[in-house]
Design a protein around this ligand. Structure first.
Ligand code: B16
Ligand code: MG
Length: 216
């Protein structure tokens, strides 16, 4: 049995990947950058500056580091504007139910999101109280490095080997496994084929198979 659950946010709990994409797309249009077909999959789980580099592509050399910071912050302002409209309706299928089920079983729940906007997103979705510990992405090397998942396990005071973590991005699955944690891939079965367990959505997750039942 696992003793703790650790979640990625965008694409696992919240339907925010589309908002990140919308904000990046707006920036790309303003800069008249080409928009590749596979952009959605390429941007998944990447931290902010790495996402910017992906958007800029061959045009990266045209911008100084200072200009890049300004561009990333312009995208972030747009994203912050978009997440103001988030509500519990933007929880992905099964997410609210799973969080409630884990809380009922007294399973500590951690967040390992690359997003510096994660606390604002959790508030808007009305689920901030569900989390025992939120790992700080500003203090961790970006996924696929294991740091953010290790920080979450440490914050929950649970051995990584007793944690189960959920991800929608291949780089996230790599990060989880590098931390010595078992990975549940949620979404694209091909992109996430390295995961220890695969789900189309959290609705399919059977908590009884992984976590001890409520003990009184
Ligand atoms: P921010 P996750 C990631 O969150 C997103 O998937 C990714 O698209 C985003 O660029 C990254 O957070 C950084 O977010 O710009 O808000 O700090 O999937 O790790 O929860
Ligand atoms: Mg994600």
């Amino acid at each position: 049995n696992f003793r703790a659950a650790i979640f990625d946010l965008d694409g696992v709990i919240a339907d925010t990947a589309r908002l990140h994409l919308q904000a990046w797309r707006q920036l790309a249009e303003e800069l008249k950058l080409p928009w590749g077909d596979n952009m959605e999959e390429s941007l998944k789980g990447l931290e902010r500056m790495a996402s910017l580099e992906t958007i800029l592509g061959e045009r990266s050399a045209d911008f100084s580091d200072r200009e890049k910071v300004a561009l990333a912050s312009r995208k972030n302002d747009c994203y912050r504007e978009l997440i103001r409209n988030l509500t519990a309706d933007d929880l992905l299928p099964g997410a609210g139910e799973l969080l409630a089920c884990l809380r009922g079983r007294r399973i500590p729940i951690g967040l390992a999101s690359a997003s510096k906007n994660a606390p604002a997103v959790l508030q808007a979705l009305g689920i901030a109280d569900c989390f025992t510990f939120i790992a700080d992405p500003a203090k961790a090397a970006p996924k696929p490095a294991p740091d953010i998942f290790l920080a979450a396990a440490w914050g929950l005071a649970v051995d990584p080997a007793r944690c189960l973590a959920f991800e929608d991005a291949a780089a996230g699955v790599t990060a989880i496994q590098a931390a010595g944690i078992k990975a549940v891939g949620v979404g694209d079965r091909n992109a996430l084929r390295e995961a220890d367990y695969l789900l189309d959505s959290l609705v399919e997750f059977d908590a009884d198979g992984f976590f001890a039942p409520i003990t009184i």
